[in-house]
Design a protein around this ligand. Structure first.
Ligand code: PLP
Ligand code: COI
Length: 339
């Protein structure tokens, strides 16, 4: 292994650990996952993943806990979400046991890459499902490959949770109603790249997308769900047919209810935006990114402080991270031990 890793300096970048897991769907059945070396695939030039977008993925994390043991956060929920993605893209769903066995195998084999407790870094696990058959008429692949690889990442915020500015996308939509925005289709990310680049050039790290049909409802940020904390302490998050059901958001809603917050998971109108005292973007990679301002056209709305998160988002962040790192009891059974 690479022994030169400076855990506290890690970003969110690919790093080759030399081992990945692979299972194959052939003749209508899944093989067991096997460990593979190297990082290149041999694919047919007509594979459906390349031309017709039969590709979906997941992202989850393994944590080195205070006890020294390693555990994955809600791997079963990620397995089920990948099954939904596969069904929507007419792909062979990966059975939950195949998914979990592959994740456990790859986390165990990469134990030396699971960052030490206290560094804030984690092992990011990337499951990927692709159609591999040679197809030229538009129809689903017969065969599929399921791959799981992993690499150490983060701490996402070296200096703690630093708020960022967001910009409302008017020129591009991320996902259409009844489309594929609610699943983790690879093509969704390609669709967002041009808009994200333009917004970053204007100086905004994140884009906020509205519903494609009317641009009157809040959907989600480019790669994370929207959470608003109202002035009277309610946790409000959009329910929309075109956003990804974030595992982080689902977990934070559970924690918020336990902490006594009222949770509202419903369509959220853009014109409610000024009711929020705190806004956060939530996802596996960064957990919660506080949003200090949102710009729509020539209007900028500010939320809380520019240099630190609001107290409710900070409280939720501390609680979920405590569960993930094992300093707070896993009262919901979210952590899957490995090894
Ligand atoms: N929304 C989108 C579009 C994403 O890509 C992600 C990241 O995976 C999320 C939301 C957050 O989901 P999760 O909390 O499951 O990582
Ligand atoms: C997340 O895990 O929060 C993400 O945004 C995933 C992204 C890297 C595709």
């Amino acid at each position: 292994m690479d022994t030169t890793i400076s855990w506290k300096e890690l970003g969110f970048r690919y790093l080759d650990t030399g081992v990945y897991a692979r299972a194959d769907f052939r003749h209508g059945a899944w093989s067991a996952a096997a460990a593979c070396s190297g990082a290149s695939l041999t694919l047919h030039i007509a594979a459906t993943c390349l031309h017709y977008g039969q590709s979906c993925f997941e992202g989850l994390k393994a944590f080195r806990q205070a006890s020294g043991k390693v555990a994955c956060f809600r791997a079963d929920t990620h397995a089920r979400r990948m099954m939904h993605s596969a069904q929507r893209l007419a792909m062979a769903p990966v059975p939950e046991n195949v998914f979990l066995d592959a994740v456990r195998m790859i986390v165990a084999k990469n134990d030396a890459y699971v960052p030490p407790f206290g560094t804030g870094a984690t092992l990011y696990v990337r499951p990927l499902l692709i159609g591999t058959s040679a197809v030229i008429g538009v129809h689903p692949s017969d065969d599929y490959a399921f791959i799981v690889f992993a690499m150490p990442v983060g701490p996402y915020y070296k200096d703690g949770m630093v708020p960022v500015r967001a910009y409302v996308q008017e020129d591009y939509d991320r996902a259409a109603p009844h489309g594929v925005g609610h699943v983790k289709a690879a093509g969704n990310y390609a669709a967002g790249l041009v808009g994200d680049i333009e917004v970053k050039q204007k100086g905004y790290p994140v884009s906020l997308y509205l519903d494609a049909a009317t641009h009157s409802l809040i959907d989600e940020f480019g790669t994370s769900n929207f959470i608003g904390i109202t002035r009277d302490g309610r946790y409000v998050t959009p329910k929309s047919p075109s956003i990804l059901e974030s595992v982080t958001n689902d977990s934070l809603r559970t924690i918020a209810r336990d902490l006594g917050l009222k949770v509202e998971h419903r369509p959220v109108r853009w014109d409610e935006i000024e009711e929020f005292a705190e806004i956060g973007a939530c996802g596996t990679a960064a957990v919660i990114t506080p949003i200090s301002s949102i710009t729509r056209g020539d209007r900028t709305l500010r939320f809380g402080s520019e240099d630190k998160p609001g107290k409710t988002l900070q409280r939720l962040y501390d609680e979920i991270q405590g569960i993930q790192y094992g300093t707070i009891a896993d009262r919901y059974g979210w952590m899957m031990p490995v090894g």
